[in-house]
Ligand binder design. Structure first.
Ligand code: ADP
Ligand code: ADP
Ligand code: MG
Length: 643
């Protein structure tokens, strides 16, 4: 076994690899960019080396810097994780030239699978079924159009160098072919520097089922299948193992084909053979076709680990250090069912736009959690916005599904918009519950999955938390709150919710919002509303109220925003809530009049304008544009007359 391994990655996968190193008594070296100095993977590793500024091209993708870090620390091997340098054959060769072991397949195997057209030709020759289509060298648009005709519409145009669902276009009929070809090529050229494409039959009712393989360079075994059909724009959202509806005969055929694929290229280490499956009439032994092979550890590997009990990273370390494959095929078996959900900092309501910000709160429900961040960390725009993977195991599919639903509902995230509610609705969706999965499900149902449910009682919950009634003891409540009725105004995006909260005595309140009225009572299990104990709970951080639970929501308290920032008697204008300073409109020495714009903050996808509370002179600007501010942070100090 190695003594010391460098992990050429960041985030959850770097942490995951470090944990297996620990378990095996292997010392770990992290590398990090300037943006990641305080990252979890740096803290977890035994040593850490700064390799450059935030942009990946100057840090995590810089081969020379990564290799120099390995040599400087005496690491004998490099684990590439996924993404970054993990599928770069030049990097493998550069490692070998320095006498460093690359933990993964050799450069030739990566090259064989690097381009989809060459990979398909190679697999066809090895007797692996491939999706019917054209994967020749000819790239003339007229020729490709003829090939598409021969394949038969609908067809898929795919960038041969593609990945992450980019450079791919579904074409329904001949009239749209040339236009789609042009846009696929342009996207591929921009993203991969290679505009070549292949044409594939579009499989109707497609399911994505992939097989985890593991090779020693000669022989390979498989660790069964994963179903990754729940995708949004060809990107996986929820993965599970085994595949719903899988039968032994088909599993055996797919496993054998995947092993054949790995052995055909002398594969060493962990890899994934992806198949597209026609899900129309149940799974068939002649109804699956090779799409591509990913020559690395896959994001969704935890579900395979949960059903087989195998630590795939441990296997990677063992085999790369020269040990034989830890198991033969007959040693491997499936126990139960596992499901993984990818929690992202993104805004489903805004077309899944990636979100940034500080994780003011981060608490996970019961699950295996693979994460690279902790409460207080920032999700920056430099890297993948994944916050965590939550994986749940159960004795059967429904038990695993229910466990995942609960884990999601009991996960609290504040400060950053996430897809948590979307994931929860997806896991509860009738088609998913019944195992009726296919890649088009999310696209068809996206409106229902994104549209938050009617949140009446949740608004009431937010209102009582906004007023701080969740904490006050009964006696305090009466002493402090005079008179016994208060207005409350909550903003959700652009929409305002105005209402009144009245104390009824004890820990009971009546909340009136628009036409609706709610009876809220605080008890030992949290709030009950109209007699129902709430599964959700809420928390106020600064002037934001977060509702946690199956329908996570965030509200801004409207009043302090309208009045500008919070200001103190000393003329200090403070950030009303955590967020990013988008614009600073004044400089030190400027004269301002009451109501002038001082600064604009962005928090929770909304812009908040801070205005001068009175006429005066700007004595100090404490921040610069782009700063991430805590609630209460000083923005501007004003000298002048409070009128
Ligand atoms: P990438 O390299 O971007 O992952 P893939 O070839 O693996 O590209 O395809 C990504 C996704 O696109 C698949 O998971 C599947 O949902 C869909 N897809 C790919 N090929 C086909 C096909 N021939 N028919 C239907 N859907 C397909
Ligand atoms: P406790 O709070 O008593 O430690 P948890 O329910 O948080 O118990 O679970 C303990 C650990 O077990 C978790 O950290 C997680 O790794 C794992 N775990 C819990 N539930 C599941 C599940 N359904 N599937 C997979 N792993 C789980
Ligand atoms: Mg793929």
């Amino acid at each position: 076994m190695f003594h010391k391994v460098l992990i050429a990655n960041r985030g959850e996968i770097a942490c995951r690899v470090i944990e297996s190193c620990r378990k095996l008594g292997v010392a770990s070296v992290a590398v990090y960019s300037e943006a990641d100095a305080n990252a979890r993977h740096v803290a977890l590793a035994d040593e850490a080396v700064l390799i450059g500024p935030a942009p990946s091209a100057q840090s995590y993708l810089d081969m020379a810097k990564v290799i120099a870090a390995a040599k400087a620390t005496g690491a004998e091997a490099i684990h590439p994780g996924y993404g970054f340098l993990s599928e770069n054959p030049d990097f493998v060769e550069a490692c070998n030239a320095e006498g460093i072991t690359f933990i993964g397949p050799d450069a030739a195997a990566i090259r064989a699978m690097g381009l989809k057209d060459a990979a398909k030709a190679r697999m066809e020759a090895a007797g692996v079924p491939v999706v019917p289509g054209y994967h020749g060298e000819e790239q003339d648009p007229g020729r490709l159009e003829l090939e598409a005709e021969a394949v038969g519409y609908p067809v898929l145009i795919k960038a041969v160098a593609g990945g992450g669902g980019r450079g791919m276009r579904l074409v329904e009929d001949a009239a749209h072919f040339l236009h789609a070809l042009e846009s696929a090529r342009a996207e591929a050229l921009g993203a991969f520097g290679n505009g070549d494409v292949l044409i594939e039959k579009y499989i109707e009712h497609p399911r994505h089922i992939e097989v985890q393989v593991f090779g020693d360079g000669t022989r390979a075994v498989h660790l069964f299948e994963r179903d990754c059909s729940l995708q949004r724009r060809h990107q996986k959202v929820i993965e599970e193992a085994p595949a719903p509806g899988m039968v032994p005969e088909v599993r055996e055929a797919m496993g054998a084909a995947a092993v054949r694929a790995a052995e055909a290229i002398g594969y060493s280490g962990a890899g994934t053979v992806e198949f597209i499956v026609d899900g129309a009439g149940g799974l068939r032994a002649d109804g699956f076709w090779f799409m591509e092979m990913n020559t690395r550890l896959q994001v969704e590997h935890p579900v395979s680990e949960e059903i087989t009990g195998v630590d795939l990273v441990e296997w990677q370390l063992r085999v790369a250090s020269g040990e034989p494959l830890p198991a033969v095929q007959d040693d491997l078996a499936i126990t139960g069912h596992a499901m993984e959900a990818r929690l992202y900092a993104e805004d489903p309501a805004a077309g899944f736009l990636p979100a940034v910000g500080r994780l003011e709160r981060l608490r996970f429900g019961p699950a295996r959690v693979d994460t690279g961040v902790e409460e207080g960390d920032e999700i920056s725009p430099h890297y993948d916005p994944m916050i965590a993977k939550l994986t749940c195991w159960g004795e059967d599919r429904e038990v695993a599904r229910a466990a995942l639903a609960r884990a999601l509902a009991e996960t609290d995230v504040a400060g950053v918009v996430t897809n948590l509610g979307f994931l929860g609705r997806l896991v509860g969706h009738e088609a998913f519950r019944s195992g009726d999965v296919e890649t088009g499900l999310i696209g068809r149902e996206v409106d229902a999955l994104v549209q938050p449910l009617e949140g009446g009682p949740l608004f009431a919950l937010a209102a009582v938390e906004a007023l701080g009634l969740g904490e006050a003891s009964v006696d305090e409540g009466f002493a402090l709150w005079q008179p016994f009725e208060w207005p409350v105004k909550l903003m959700r995006g652009e929409v305002a919710f105005e209402g009144r909260v009245a104390a009824l005595g004890g820990a009971a309140y009546r909340v009136q919002i628009a036409e609706a009225s709610f009876h809220c009572e605080r008890g030992p299990k949290g709030w009950s509303i109209d007699g129902q104990t709430m599964q959700a709970h809420a928390e106020r951080i600064g002037n934001a109220v977060y509702v946690y639970g199956a329908e996570p929501m965030v509200f801004a308290l409207a009043d302090p925003l309208e009045g500008g920032g919070e200001e103190t008697s000393e003329g200090a204008v403070l950030a009303p809530m955590p967020g990013v300073l988008r614009a600073l409109h004044v400089r030190e020495g400027d004269s301002v009049q009451a109501g002038d714009r001082l600064a604009v903050m962005e928090a929770m996808k909304m812009e908040h304008v801070m205005r001068a509370p009175y006429d005066g002179v700007v004595a100090r600007c404490a921040v610069t544009e782009g700063d991430q501010l805590d609630a209460g942070a000083l923005i501007v100090e004003l000298e002048g007359e409070e009128s």
